[in-house]
Design a protein around this ligand. Structure first.
Ligand SMILES: Nc1ncnc2c1ncn2[C@@H]1O[C@H](COP(=O)(O)OP(=O)(O)OP(=O)(O)O)[C@@H](O)[C@H]1O
Ligand SMILES: [Mg+2]
Ligand SMILES: [Zn+2]
Length: 341
Protein backbone atom coordinates (compact mmCIF):
# COMPACT_ATOMS: atom_id res chain seq x y z
CA UNK A 1 0.00 0.00 0.00
CA UNK A 2 1.49 3.40 -0.91
CA UNK A 3 2.27 5.56 2.10
CA UNK A 4 -0.04 8.51 2.56
CA UNK A 5 1.36 11.99 2.87
CA UNK A 6 0.59 14.01 5.96
CA UNK A 7 -1.86 16.09 3.98
CA UNK A 8 -3.71 13.01 2.76
CA UNK A 9 -3.87 11.69 6.29
CA UNK A 10 -5.24 14.98 7.53
CA UNK A 11 -7.77 15.25 4.73
CA UNK A 12 -9.00 11.70 5.29
CA UNK A 13 -9.28 12.30 9.03
CA UNK A 14 -11.36 15.44 8.50
CA UNK A 15 -13.61 13.95 5.84
CA UNK A 16 -14.27 10.77 7.77
CA UNK A 17 -15.35 12.81 10.79
CA UNK A 18 -17.61 14.94 8.62
CA UNK A 19 -19.14 11.78 7.16
CA UNK A 20 -19.94 10.66 10.70
CA UNK A 21 -21.45 14.09 11.44
CA UNK A 22 -18.68 14.84 13.94
CA UNK A 23 -16.98 18.19 14.27
CA UNK A 24 -13.29 17.77 13.35
CA UNK A 25 -12.45 20.90 15.36
CA UNK A 26 -14.37 19.81 18.47
CA UNK A 27 -13.05 21.84 21.41
CA UNK A 28 -12.32 24.99 19.41
CA UNK A 29 -15.07 27.60 19.52
CA UNK A 30 -15.57 30.00 16.64
CA UNK A 31 -18.23 31.05 14.18
CA UNK A 32 -19.39 28.73 11.40
CA UNK A 33 -17.64 30.71 8.66
CA UNK A 34 -14.27 30.54 10.37
CA UNK A 35 -14.66 26.84 11.04
CA UNK A 36 -15.52 26.15 7.43
CA UNK A 37 -12.61 28.25 6.17
CA UNK A 38 -10.11 26.44 8.38
CA UNK A 39 -11.39 23.03 7.30
CA UNK A 40 -11.38 24.03 3.63
CA UNK A 41 -7.74 25.11 3.85
CA UNK A 42 -6.75 21.86 5.55
CA UNK A 43 -8.70 19.62 3.19
CA UNK A 44 -7.00 21.42 0.31
CA UNK A 45 -3.67 20.68 2.00
CA UNK A 46 -2.64 24.32 2.25
CA UNK A 47 -0.59 25.97 4.99
CA UNK A 48 -2.61 28.00 7.45
CA UNK A 49 -1.87 31.45 8.91
CA UNK A 50 -4.16 32.36 11.78
CA UNK A 51 -4.40 36.05 12.47
CA UNK A 52 -5.81 37.49 15.63
CA UNK A 53 -5.17 38.96 19.06
CA UNK A 54 -3.60 36.89 21.87
CA UNK A 55 -5.58 34.44 23.94
CA UNK A 56 -8.40 33.49 21.60
CA UNK A 57 -7.61 29.86 20.86
CA UNK A 58 -4.99 29.85 18.11
CA UNK A 59 -2.68 27.39 19.86
CA UNK A 60 -5.70 25.40 20.94
CA UNK A 61 -6.93 24.92 17.39
CA UNK A 62 -3.44 24.03 16.12
CA UNK A 63 -3.23 21.25 18.71
CA UNK A 64 -6.70 20.03 17.85
CA UNK A 65 -5.65 19.85 14.19
CA UNK A 66 -2.54 17.80 15.02
CA UNK A 67 -4.60 15.44 17.17
CA UNK A 68 -6.70 14.62 14.10
CA UNK A 69 -3.75 12.78 12.62
CA UNK A 70 -3.58 9.03 13.05
CA UNK A 71 -0.61 7.50 14.90
CA UNK A 72 2.54 7.18 12.82
CA UNK A 73 5.10 4.43 12.66
CA UNK A 74 8.67 5.54 12.70
CA UNK A 75 12.14 4.46 13.75
CA UNK A 76 13.35 4.63 17.36
CA UNK A 77 16.10 7.23 17.90
CA UNK A 78 15.60 8.73 14.46
CA UNK A 79 15.34 12.49 14.59
CA UNK A 80 14.05 12.71 11.03
CA UNK A 81 10.99 10.48 11.55
CA UNK A 82 11.93 8.02 8.82
CA UNK A 83 9.42 5.48 7.59
CA UNK A 84 10.47 2.10 9.02
CA UNK A 85 10.28 0.64 5.51
CA UNK A 86 12.55 3.30 4.08
CA UNK A 87 15.08 4.51 6.66
CA UNK A 88 17.27 6.97 4.82
CA UNK A 89 18.47 9.71 7.16
CA UNK A 90 21.93 10.13 8.72
CA UNK A 91 20.58 8.71 12.00
CA UNK A 92 19.32 5.52 10.33
CA UNK A 93 21.95 4.86 7.71
CA UNK A 94 24.52 2.50 9.15
CA UNK A 95 22.15 1.21 11.83
CA UNK A 96 22.24 -2.56 11.89
CA UNK A 97 18.79 -2.96 13.28
CA UNK A 98 15.78 -0.73 12.90
CA UNK A 99 13.38 -0.65 15.82
CA UNK A 100 9.86 0.46 15.00
CA UNK A 101 7.95 2.77 17.30
CA UNK A 102 4.47 4.31 17.13
CA UNK A 103 3.92 8.00 17.79
CA UNK A 104 0.35 9.02 18.72
CA UNK A 105 -1.39 11.61 16.55
CA UNK A 106 -1.44 14.25 19.29
CA UNK A 107 2.37 14.11 19.38
CA UNK A 108 2.75 14.72 15.68
CA UNK A 109 3.22 18.36 16.47
CA UNK A 110 6.33 20.55 16.61
CA UNK A 111 6.07 23.95 18.19
CA UNK A 112 8.25 26.88 17.27
CA UNK A 113 8.04 30.13 19.20
CA UNK A 114 8.79 33.01 16.85
CA UNK A 115 11.23 35.58 18.18
CA UNK A 116 13.51 38.30 16.81
CA UNK A 117 16.54 36.22 17.82
CA UNK A 118 15.57 33.27 15.69
CA UNK A 119 18.29 32.33 13.21
CA UNK A 120 17.98 30.24 10.06
CA UNK A 121 20.04 27.53 11.79
CA UNK A 122 17.38 27.18 14.47
CA UNK A 123 15.01 26.02 11.77
CA UNK A 124 17.35 24.31 9.36
CA UNK A 125 19.87 22.73 11.67
CA UNK A 126 23.60 23.14 11.85
CA UNK A 127 26.92 21.36 11.95
CA UNK A 128 27.81 19.98 15.35
CA UNK A 129 31.41 21.13 15.85
CA UNK A 130 32.37 18.23 18.12
CA UNK A 131 30.94 15.58 15.82
CA UNK A 132 32.44 17.34 12.81
CA UNK A 133 35.89 17.08 14.36
CA UNK A 134 35.33 13.43 15.07
CA UNK A 135 33.65 12.33 11.86
CA UNK A 136 34.80 14.97 9.40
CA UNK A 137 32.73 17.87 8.18
CA UNK A 138 31.48 15.95 5.16
CA UNK A 139 29.84 13.30 7.27
CA UNK A 140 26.07 13.87 7.42
CA UNK A 141 26.04 12.39 10.91
CA UNK A 142 27.87 15.52 12.06
CA UNK A 143 24.83 17.53 11.24
CA UNK A 144 22.24 18.39 13.91
CA UNK A 145 18.80 18.59 12.38
CA UNK A 146 16.73 21.72 13.03
CA UNK A 147 13.09 21.96 13.95
CA UNK A 148 12.12 21.72 10.32
CA UNK A 149 13.75 18.32 9.72
CA UNK A 150 12.26 17.08 12.97
CA UNK A 151 8.87 18.15 11.66
CA UNK A 152 8.90 15.57 8.89
CA UNK A 153 5.48 13.83 8.96
CA UNK A 154 4.33 16.22 11.67
CA UNK A 155 2.46 19.51 11.85
CA UNK A 156 4.62 22.55 12.54
CA UNK A 157 3.08 25.24 14.63
CA UNK A 158 4.90 28.56 14.38
CA UNK A 159 3.66 30.99 16.98
CA UNK A 160 4.08 34.68 16.14
CA UNK A 161 5.60 34.20 12.73
CA UNK A 162 5.67 37.98 12.39
CA UNK A 163 8.33 38.22 15.09
CA UNK A 164 10.74 36.03 13.11
CA UNK A 165 13.38 38.04 11.20
CA UNK A 166 12.71 38.07 7.47
CA UNK A 167 15.98 36.32 6.68
CA UNK A 168 14.85 33.37 8.79
CA UNK A 169 11.35 33.54 7.35
CA UNK A 170 12.79 33.16 3.88
CA UNK A 171 14.46 29.87 4.71
CA UNK A 172 10.98 28.47 5.15
CA UNK A 173 9.96 29.17 1.59
CA UNK A 174 11.70 26.17 0.03
CA UNK A 175 10.25 23.85 2.63
CA UNK A 176 6.71 25.11 2.13
CA UNK A 177 7.01 24.99 -1.60
CA UNK A 178 8.92 21.79 -2.30
CA UNK A 179 8.88 19.84 0.94
CA UNK A 180 12.66 19.60 0.83
CA UNK A 181 15.51 21.11 2.79
CA UNK A 182 18.96 21.20 1.38
CA UNK A 183 21.41 20.64 4.14
CA UNK A 184 24.10 23.19 3.52
CA UNK A 185 27.50 21.80 2.60
CA UNK A 186 26.27 18.22 2.34
CA UNK A 187 25.16 16.22 -0.58
CA UNK A 188 22.00 15.53 1.29
CA UNK A 189 18.46 16.62 0.69
CA UNK A 190 16.13 15.92 3.51
CA UNK A 191 12.49 15.39 2.70
CA UNK A 192 10.10 17.30 4.91
CA UNK A 193 6.49 16.31 4.55
CA UNK A 194 4.78 18.84 6.76
CA UNK A 195 1.94 21.25 7.06
CA UNK A 196 2.50 24.58 8.76
CA UNK A 197 0.01 26.29 11.01
CA UNK A 198 1.37 29.71 11.90
CA UNK A 199 -0.01 32.61 13.90
CA UNK A 200 0.35 36.33 13.55
CA UNK A 201 -0.94 39.13 15.71
CA UNK A 202 -1.60 41.90 13.20
CA UNK A 203 -1.93 44.69 15.79
CA UNK A 204 1.26 43.64 17.41
CA UNK A 205 3.42 45.82 19.51
CA UNK A 206 6.99 46.97 18.97
CA UNK A 207 9.65 44.64 17.63
CA UNK A 208 7.35 42.85 15.24
CA UNK A 209 8.12 42.54 11.57
CA UNK A 210 5.57 41.72 8.96
CA UNK A 211 5.37 38.28 7.48
CA UNK A 212 7.32 38.71 4.25
CA UNK A 213 5.27 38.80 1.08
CA UNK A 214 7.03 35.78 -0.42
CA UNK A 215 6.12 33.80 2.63
CA UNK A 216 2.61 35.07 3.26
CA UNK A 217 1.71 34.24 -0.34
CA UNK A 218 2.28 30.60 0.56
CA UNK A 219 -0.19 30.66 3.41
CA UNK A 220 -3.95 30.91 3.51
CA UNK A 221 -4.77 33.62 6.01
CA UNK A 222 -7.74 33.32 8.28
CA UNK A 223 -8.76 35.92 10.83
CA UNK A 224 -9.91 34.70 14.18
CA UNK A 225 -11.95 36.94 16.42
CA UNK A 226 -13.34 36.72 19.91
CA UNK A 227 -15.85 33.92 20.41
CA UNK A 228 -19.52 34.76 20.92
CA UNK A 229 -20.74 35.26 24.51
CA UNK A 230 -22.35 31.82 24.87
CA UNK A 231 -19.32 30.12 23.34
CA UNK A 232 -17.00 31.87 25.75
CA UNK A 233 -19.15 30.65 28.64
CA UNK A 234 -18.73 27.12 27.27
CA UNK A 235 -14.96 27.60 26.99
CA UNK A 236 -14.80 28.53 30.68
CA UNK A 237 -16.96 25.58 31.56
CA UNK A 238 -14.75 23.23 29.56
CA UNK A 239 -11.26 24.54 30.22
CA UNK A 240 -11.60 26.64 33.40
CA UNK A 241 -9.97 25.10 36.44
CA UNK A 242 -12.25 24.30 39.36
CA UNK A 243 -11.00 24.81 42.86
CA UNK A 244 -12.01 22.13 45.27
CA UNK A 245 -14.19 23.03 48.21
CA UNK A 246 -15.99 25.95 46.64
CA UNK A 247 -18.99 26.02 44.32
CA UNK A 248 -19.03 28.19 41.22
CA UNK A 249 -22.47 28.41 39.64
CA UNK A 250 -23.41 29.09 36.07
CA UNK A 251 -23.96 32.72 37.05
CA UNK A 252 -20.27 32.96 38.00
CA UNK A 253 -19.22 31.70 34.57
CA UNK A 254 -21.52 34.18 32.87
CA UNK A 255 -20.46 37.11 35.02
CA UNK A 256 -16.77 36.43 34.30
CA UNK A 257 -17.45 36.49 30.59
CA UNK A 258 -19.75 39.53 30.85
CA UNK A 259 -16.95 41.61 32.35
CA UNK A 260 -14.42 40.95 29.57
CA UNK A 261 -17.14 41.39 26.98
CA UNK A 262 -18.08 44.76 28.49
CA UNK A 263 -14.43 45.81 28.19
CA UNK A 264 -14.29 44.68 24.56
CA UNK A 265 -17.09 47.12 23.81
CA UNK A 266 -14.72 49.99 24.60
CA UNK A 267 -12.08 49.61 21.87
CA UNK A 268 -11.66 53.41 21.71
CA UNK A 269 -10.63 53.59 25.34
CA UNK A 270 -8.33 50.60 25.27
CA UNK A 271 -5.17 49.75 23.36
CA UNK A 272 -5.41 46.16 24.41
CA UNK A 273 -8.63 44.26 25.02
CA UNK A 274 -8.99 41.40 27.50
CA UNK A 275 -8.80 37.96 25.91
CA UNK A 276 -10.54 34.69 26.67
CA UNK A 277 -7.54 33.96 28.83
CA UNK A 278 -8.54 37.00 30.92
CA UNK A 279 -12.06 35.57 31.36
CA UNK A 280 -10.57 32.26 32.46
CA UNK A 281 -8.37 34.08 34.92
CA UNK A 282 -11.30 36.01 36.43
CA UNK A 283 -13.25 32.78 36.78
CA UNK A 284 -10.39 30.94 38.46
CA UNK A 285 -9.35 33.76 40.77
CA UNK A 286 -12.93 34.37 41.87
CA UNK A 287 -12.88 30.80 43.15
CA UNK A 288 -9.53 31.31 44.90
CA UNK A 289 -10.77 34.46 46.62
CA UNK A 290 -13.90 32.67 47.80
CA UNK A 291 -11.82 29.76 49.00
CA UNK A 292 -9.41 32.04 50.89
CA UNK A 293 -12.38 33.63 52.66
CA UNK A 294 -13.73 30.20 53.51
CA UNK A 295 -16.91 30.80 51.56
CA UNK A 296 -18.81 27.77 50.29
CA UNK A 297 -19.99 29.54 47.18
CA UNK A 298 -18.46 32.07 44.80
CA UNK A 299 -20.49 35.29 44.90
CA UNK A 300 -20.79 38.21 42.50
CA UNK A 301 -18.57 40.23 44.82
CA UNK A 302 -15.79 37.62 44.53
CA UNK A 303 -16.01 37.78 40.75
CA UNK A 304 -15.81 41.57 40.76
CA UNK A 305 -12.85 41.59 43.12
CA UNK A 306 -11.06 39.08 40.89
CA UNK A 307 -11.94 41.12 37.81
CA UNK A 308 -10.42 44.28 39.31
CA UNK A 309 -7.10 42.49 39.72
CA UNK A 310 -7.14 40.77 36.36
CA UNK A 311 -8.15 43.89 34.44
CA UNK A 312 -5.73 46.14 36.26
CA UNK A 313 -2.85 44.02 35.03
CA UNK A 314 -4.09 43.61 31.50
CA UNK A 315 -5.83 46.71 30.29
CA UNK A 316 -3.78 49.26 28.42
CA UNK A 317 -5.81 52.46 28.51
CA UNK A 318 -5.34 54.46 25.34
CA UNK A 319 -3.48 57.76 25.76
CA UNK A 320 -6.34 59.50 23.92
CA UNK A 321 -8.95 58.18 26.31
CA UNK A 322 -10.58 60.37 28.97
CA UNK A 323 -9.55 57.62 31.32
CA UNK A 324 -5.87 57.67 30.42
CA UNK A 325 -4.93 58.77 33.94
CA UNK A 326 -7.83 57.03 35.60
CA UNK A 327 -7.62 53.35 34.94
CA UNK A 328 -9.45 52.52 38.18
CA UNK A 329 -12.47 54.52 37.08
CA UNK A 330 -12.52 52.75 33.74
CA UNK A 331 -12.36 49.36 35.42
CA UNK A 332 -15.34 50.34 37.62
CA UNK A 333 -17.24 51.49 34.54
CA UNK A 334 -16.61 48.11 32.90
CA UNK A 335 -17.68 46.15 35.96
CA UNK A 336 -20.79 48.28 36.25
CA UNK A 337 -21.66 47.78 32.57
CA UNK A 338 -21.33 44.01 33.04
CA UNK A 339 -24.00 44.09 35.78
CA UNK A 340 -26.51 45.03 33.10
CA UNK A 341 -25.63 42.18 30.75
N1 LIG B 1 -11.85 29.93 20.65
C1 LIG B 1 -11.46 29.14 21.67
N2 LIG B 1 -11.84 27.85 21.71
C2 LIG B 1 -11.43 27.06 22.74
N3 LIG B 1 -10.65 27.47 23.76
C3 LIG B 1 -10.26 28.74 23.76
C4 LIG B 1 -10.63 29.64 22.71
N4 LIG B 1 -10.09 30.84 22.98
C5 LIG B 1 -9.41 30.70 24.12
N5 LIG B 1 -9.51 29.45 24.61
C6 LIG B 1 -8.91 28.98 25.88
O1 LIG B 1 -8.15 30.08 26.38
C7 LIG B 1 -6.81 29.69 26.66
C8 LIG B 1 -5.86 30.42 25.75
O2 LIG B 1 -6.03 29.94 24.41
P1 LIG B 1 -4.81 29.75 23.40
O3 LIG B 1 -3.57 29.51 24.14
O4 LIG B 1 -5.23 28.77 22.39
O5 LIG B 1 -4.78 31.21 22.77
P2 LIG B 1 -3.80 31.81 21.66
O6 LIG B 1 -4.69 32.50 20.69
O7 LIG B 1 -2.87 30.78 21.16
O8 LIG B 1 -3.02 32.89 22.50
P3 LIG B 1 -1.58 33.57 22.20
O9 LIG B 1 -1.80 34.45 21.03
O10 LIG B 1 -1.32 34.35 23.44
O11 LIG B 1 -0.63 32.46 21.96
C9 LIG B 1 -6.78 28.19 26.53
O12 LIG B 1 -6.97 27.66 27.81
C10 LIG B 1 -7.95 27.83 25.65
O13 LIG B 1 -8.53 26.63 26.05
MG1 LIG C 1 -0.77 30.67 21.37
ZN1 LIG D 1 15.92 8.05 10.09
Amino acid sequence: MPVKTLRQELRDAILSRIAKKQDPLEGFYCDEMTRESILAVLVAGRHLLLEGPPGIGKTTVAKIIAALLPPMETVADCRYNCLPAKPACPDCVGKKKIRKITVPGAQRFIRIQGSPEMMPEDLMGDLDPVLAMKLGIQDPRAYTPGKIQKAHRKIVFIDELNRVPQRTQNTLVQVLEEGITTIAGFDLDSEVDTLVVATENPEDYAGAERVSETLSDRFEQIRIGYPAFEQEVEILERYGRRIEGVKASDAVLRQSVAITNAARMLPDELDRLPSVRASLSIFEQAQSLARLKNAKQVTAAHVEAAARRVLEGRLAVSSESRYSEKQDALVEKIIDAARKF
